[in-house]
Structures are given as C-alpha cells and as structure tokens.
Design a binder for this molecule. Structure first.
Ligand SMILES: [Zn+2]
Length: 307
C-alpha cells in the first residue's frame, strides 16, 4: 500500500513539474518579447532620447566649485624694532622789527630775524644776534657763585669757575673777580638801554645784546676783572691775571668769546672780559684751532654783500 501510493504520488509530482516547466518557459519567452519591443520603441523615439539626454543633463552634477586655494600663510614679518619717530622740529623765529640796519659793521639786533634755539640747556648751544633763547628761559640749576657779589651761574659752570679762580691764585698769586654771571631778560633790557643812552645806539649794537640773545641768560657766561673794585674793560687782557686766564681758561671749559679776529663772525666787538663756558672738550678744540663758536657750527654772521 505504501509503495503503490508512493508511485502515484511520484507521477502526480512529475506531471506538476512538467506543467510548471512549460509555464515558466512560456513566461520567459513572453518577457523577452516584451523587453525587445520596449527596447526598440525606446530607440526609435526621439522624445525618449531627448528625455534621456535631458535627464543626463539634470543629473549632471553642479560642478563642484574649485576649492579656492588655501591662502598660503603670509610670512610673518620679521619684527624690526619700531623706530621712535623723530619729532619734526619746526624752527620758531623772531621776526625783525624793521629792515636790516648796520652801524660801522655791526648789525642792529632789532633788525635781524633770529631762530629760537631748541636746546637752551645744552652747554654748547650757540646764542647770538641770530640765535635767540625763549624770552622767559631760566636755567634750572643756578647756584650762587663765590668770588662775586651774589652772581649766579649754572652749577657745572660754577664749579669750573671756582677751580679756575683757585688755580690762578695759586699760580700767580692774583685771582679774577666775577662781576656778572646769569642775567634775566629784563636786566638785559636795562643794560642795553643804559648803554644806548650813555654811548649811542651804534655802540650798543657793538657791545650789548638785546634781551633774549645774551649768553648771560644761559648762566654760562662770566664777565671778569682783576678785583672787585675794578670795572670791566679791555685792559683786562693785558693784565697778568688776564694773560693767565687767556692761556688756561680752555682747561676749565671756558673760551674768550669775542676776540678781534672773530668780530665779523660773531657780530660783536672785542670784549676782553667776557668768557663763555662750553665744557673742556669743546673749549680746548676751539682754543687749539683758533676758532669762534659761530665758525665751529658753520653759522658765522652773513655780512652785507655776502648774501
Ligand atoms: Zn658778558
């Protein structure tokens, strides 16, 4: 029973397999036919082609933007030391009161344009008819000088004065006396006017500075004589004391400022009593080279006709 039943079952399965195989084959043939038809239709349909192309275009990727080049890091600038800006110094001038006037080769100081010096505290500063101090300038280190009637000098100048005085005394048993040291501009005004009234305007232009243009306002000028009872005058240079001072003053930092050979350069006549402190180094240089302070700075007075 079991075997007979099993044989019937095998037949049935076999029949079923044949049916299935035929069905699958027919289905396969159908599919191929339909596929071929569709394929041919596509190839002959321009719209389809266009559509295909269009679709290609659509899917065309938006061009990836070229990456902008990563900026190469700019070289770090070598840190050069920041220069301290030099302030541009615009010179200040004092304009003349009137056109230039000369008296016997000496110019009227009220008739020339002067530049106001920017370094009044510099012991080597040039001050004359053409280079002025700020009118209210007062040195900050004035001290009362010995061997004088309460005259004041800048401390450095005063030390040099004491040393020169003492050495002179020791060398020749005579010593100079300080008649005039620091003077403010109002005292200088008084002296200019007094000289003008006593000896005439031309004389004042030769021997006296107008206010603001005197080396005495620097606290670095000394007017000296042989004793406290002697007036300052041109005989000082021929005295024993005057001769010793003229020979040695540069060793202490002083120069005999107004000498005959410098008259045209300085703008002043001879003053045998007036010495200017500029420090030992410059004083020695000027003494050894027989040079005025104006010539040293290349600022000698311009005479009429030399302009
Ligand atoms: Zn003087």
């Amino acid at each position: 029973m079991h075997n007979r039943n099993f044989g019937s079952l095998k037949k049935a399965v076999h029949s079923l397999s044949v049916v299935q195989t035929r069905f699958v084959t027919a289905l396969f043939v159908c599919l191929i036919t339909v596929g071929l038809f569709v394929s041919c239709s596509k190839d002959n349909n321009p719209e389809s082609t266009l559509s295909s192309e269009t679709s290609v275009q659509v899917v065309t990727n938006t061009p990836t933007p070229t990456l902008s080049p990563t900026p190469t890091s700019s070289p770090t600038p070598t840190s050069s030391p920041t220069p301290t800006p030099t302030p541009t110094q615009v010179p200040e001038y004092i304009e003349p009161d009137y056109d230039t006037v000369w008296y016997n080769g000496f110019v009227d100081p009220y008739s020339v344009r002067a530049e106001v010096v920017s370094n009044p505290d510099d012991i080597t500063v040039l001050v004359n008819k053409y280079y002025a101090l700020p009118i209210d300038y007062v040195p900050s280190d004035l001290v009362t000088a010995p061997y004088s009637y309460d005259q004041q000098l800048r401390s450095e100048c005063c030390e040099a004065w004491i040393l020169m005085h003492d050495d002179c005394m020791e060398a020749i048993d005579q010593a100079p006396f300080l008649v005039s040291g620091y003077r403010d501009s109002s005292l200088q005004q008084y002296l200019f006017d007094r000289s003008k009234n006593k000896n005439g305007y031309a004389f004042a232009c030769q021997k006296n500075a107008r206010p603001g243009r005197s080396e005495h306002q620097l606290g670095l000028a000394i007017d000296i004589t042989t004793s406290y009872w002697t007036n300052i005058d041109d005989t000082f240079g021929s005295t024993t004391c005057g001769q010793w001072i003229n020979e040695h003053c540069h060793e202490y930092g002083f120069i005999l400022r107004f000498q005959q050979q410098y008259t045209a350069e300085t703008g002043y006549g001879v003053e045998a009593w007036h010495y200017r402190y500029v420090g030992v180094e410059l004083a020695t240089y000027l003494y050894e080279n027989d040079m005025s302070l104006e010539a040293y700075y290349g600022k000698i007075q311009i005479l009429p006709g030399d302009e």
